[in-house]
Design a protein around this ligand. Structure first.
Ligand code: SF4
Length: 403
């Protein structure tokens, strides 16, 4: 088992119109929200008070996401890593990642984070095109990004580049230029996200038609592949050995604990104390509140002891997984990586009858041309990846459909 911790930092330079994450705008209005020092203190309380609800003590990854964690003073970020260690977790050469926004970080702050154990940076660059950055509502400019990438390159730091595409009015040749420039800076990892907004959203107008968006997907894969940065998951590309260890936990049915405002967690039975594992044979999902006031209240009241995520959390904040939910999660997440879903892992986790039902549906995907099957299991084809949401719908089990 590999276990990871996600820390949510809910402050942003701007509130991007396409983003659903829980965040608060940083700046003059920041006075109305909780000061970062106080927020960090609450997260530390959460770690201290609830660590005993987790049996897994070896931490493989810590991921600071948001929001924009690079808005926080590095000393606050590092104090959270210390708190994890103080709460009894063992950090054995973990991957420690932090999301950074180009307009919020300089060399001195990078050095502090590196010296404190951060091993990987995820740069929210999105594009080098200032017109498109403006359309996306971003405050940073391509000049900020170039300055940051030059520093990262000079230092030989391991980093990932976030690329946002299919923005309103963006052309194939503009995307081509973004990809080429990103490659020039030598990132070890690139996450490429097709802008996702609901129909009627102001950013939905003027986007490339579907056929051209597919060409955009292909362009990204071809260019990155030629540069040795290979697709290993629907939206993620890496040089060999530089795949995100933290995100891989999500796709490999591994447990993770999300701390901070609105964070989500998934603990498998082997990551839970034995008494909890007996009550949650398929594990438990739980989540923190989205409103700062409520989160603050919950963390200030404190935790019962011994703390149990299975019994102490209120009903609206947890889901003790039943077999059909665990199967749905397993199928959806395991098919995201290109190497696909391992038949042995499926059979090990679920009963023979339930595995057989899942296998029937997986084989149906093969008949549609959305998946391939070999001696190890199933993997999505190019078409299956493009139609992933439809493929996952077919792999969704409702209550009563298993056993
Ligand atoms: S900076 Fe990132 S987290 Fe913040 S609003 Fe924009 S997209 Fe969302």
């Amino acid at each position: 088992m590999a276990f990871g911790i996600y820390v949510h930092v809910p402050y942003c330079l701007q509130l991007c119109p396409y983003c659903d994450f829980t965040k608060y705008e940083w700046g003059p209005g920041a006075k109305q929200i909780l000061a970062p020092e106080k927020y960090t203190e609450l997260v530390k309380q959460e770690i201290r008070q609830r660590a005993e609800g987790i049996r897994a003590k070896d931490v493989a990854t810590i991921y600071f996401g948001g929001g924009t964690p690079s808005l926080l003073e590095p000393s606050l970020i590092l104090s959270l890593i210390d708190e994890v260690a103080n709460a009894g977790f063992k950090l054995r050469g973990p991957e420690i990642s932090i999301e950074i926004d180009p307009a919020t970080i300089d060399e001195a702050r990078l050095d502090q984070l590196l010296a404190g154990g951060v091993t990987r940076f995820s740069v929210g660059a999105q594009s080098f095109n200032d017109r498109l950055l403006k359309i996306a509502g971003r405050k940073h400019t391509s000049k900020d990004t170039v300055e940051l990438l030059n520093i990262l390159k000079r230092k030989g730091v391991n980093y990932s580049f976030d690329l946002l595409f299919a923005l309103p009015s963006q052309t194939l040749s503009e995307l081509n230029e973004d990809v080429a420039r990103a490659i020039d800076y030598g990132p070890s990892h690139i996450s490429a996200y097709n802008l996702t907004v609901p129909e009627g959203h102001k950013l939905d107008a003027g986007r490339a038609p579907e056929g051209e968006q597919i060409e955009m997907f292909d362009l990204i894969e071809t260019k990155l592949g030629a540069a040795g940065i290979h697709r290993y998951e629907i939206s993620n590309f890496a040089k060999p050995g530089f795949e995100s260890r933290h995100n891989s936990l999500y796709w490999q049915d591994q447990p993770y604990w999300g701390v901070g405002l609105s964070s989500h967690s998934f603990l498998t039975p082997d990551a839970l104390p034995e008494a909890d594992a007996a009550q949650a044979p398929y594990g438990v999902r739980f989540w923190n509140r989205r409103a700062m006031k409520e989160y603050e209240k919950e963390m200030t009241v404190g935790a019962k002891h011994p703390w149990s995520f299975v019994t102490n959390l209120p009903e609206g904040q947890k889901e003790i997984l039943q077999e059909h939910q665990a199967m749905t999660d397993f199928l959806h997440t395991s098919l995201r990586p290109l190497k696909g879903l391992d038949e042995n892992a499926l059979r090990l986790k679920f009963s023979e009858a339930s595995s057989a039902r899942a296998i029937k549906r997986l084989d149906e995907l093969v008949t549609y041309g959305w998946a391939t099957r070999d001696s190890l299991g199933w993997a999505l084809t190019r078409e299956g990846r493009l139609l992933a949401n439809q493929a996952f719908e077919k792999l969704t089990f409702l209550q009563g459909e298993l056993s």
